[in-house]
Design a protein around this ligand. Sequence first.
Ligand SMILES: [Zn+2]
Length: 113
Amino acid sequence: MHEVGIISSLVKTIEKMIQEEGMTEVQRVVLEVGELSGIVPEYMEKCWPAATYHTFMEKTTLEMHVVPGIVKCRDCGELFNAVGCDMKCPICQSVDMEILSGNDLIVQELMCR
Ligand SMILES: [Zn+2]
């Protein structure tokens, strides 16, 4: 599961972020997980305790919001949910699309002390 690696680098990124603010503890982190990011929220949840064990985030609560993978068809201009439509345009069946949202993993909120 590549989620373990993602969480490890996330812990490092957040550590830098809060050190700049002079904080040491994160009570809760809210992540925006894009449907097209390749990250599975269930796996994130499963890996979280092990991946944060013995880090400053081992007591941090993880919360995730899934961002729908919205794409625009480059052939007919239709907007649709890529996951719900099997990565194909429901109107013209084209697979040539532009990703509008749901491609990223974003730290939306940190609750620090
Ligand atoms: Zn189309």
